[in-house]
Design a protein around this ligand. Structure first.
Ligand SMILES: Nc1ncnc2c1ncn2[C@@H]1O[C@H](COP(=O)(O)OP(=O)(O)OP(=O)(O)O)[C@@H](O)[C@H]1O
Ligand SMILES: [Mg+2]
Length: 170
């Protein structure tokens, strides 16, 4: 699948990360998939909190590390599937957690540690990588795989919620 666009932001605080998430969440629609990558503590769950809030959801977002999948509702009653694959240990376990429902396109799908399941890369998606920069700053790089994610990146580039550090292919 072709990479169509890339856009890199700098976050200098938790608030920045949540704000970026809110802008992304406000743009999401039924069938959209967001795959989040980055080390432990990079900020994937904080970004997810922003994304869920940005959909107009009032649900409390918690890390789905132990339950694998949390479900929330957007303001328009779409389901948001918030998945964390960090603790997945085998392909059999992956099959058992209900990931197929989450990725079927009936709602919005948000997956932390998505690299644990390489087949997810086949789905058109917005890829977000968070990189530790300093103690309270993060580099957040968005890459689109598919038309919808490219559309989202173009809108964020026109109305950037944070400082853009790189937008070479958007
Ligand atoms: N700019 C920032 N953006 C996001 N989090 C930040 C930032 N600066 C510091 N932090 C801290 O980094 C941590 C990020 O935690 P978070 O749970 O969001 O990470 P995660 O990527 O989901 O980790 P895990 O892989 O364990 O699920 C928190 O302790 C938060 O306070
Ligand atoms: Mg997390």
């Amino acid at each position: 699948m072709n990479t169509n666009a890339q856009l890199t932001f700098q976050s200098n605080s938790i608030t920045d990360t949540v704000t970026l998430g809110e802008s992304i969440g406000a743009l999401l629609r039924r069938g959209d998939t967001v795959l989040l990558a980055g080390d432990l503590g990079a900020g994937k769950t904080h970004l997810s909190k922003g994304i869920v809030a940005g959909t107009g959801s009032t649900n409390l977002v918690t890390s789905p590390t132990f339950v694998f999948i949390n479900e929330y509702r957007t303001a328009t009653q779409l389901t948001i599937f918030h998945v964390d694959l960090y603790r997945i240990e085998s392909a059999a376990e992956l099959d058992s957690i209900g990931l197929a429902d989450a990725t079927a396109g009936s709602g919005i799908c948000l997956i932390e540690w998505a690299e644990r399941d390489p087949s997810l890369q086949e789905i058109p998606h917005l890829h977000i990588e968070l990189i530790h920069h300093k103690q309270t700053s993060r580099v957040i790089r968005l890459t689109s795989y598919g038309v919808r994610a490219t559309e989202i990146i173009h809108i964020l580039q026109q109305h950037p919620p944070l400082i853009i550090t790189q937008g070479d292919r958007a």
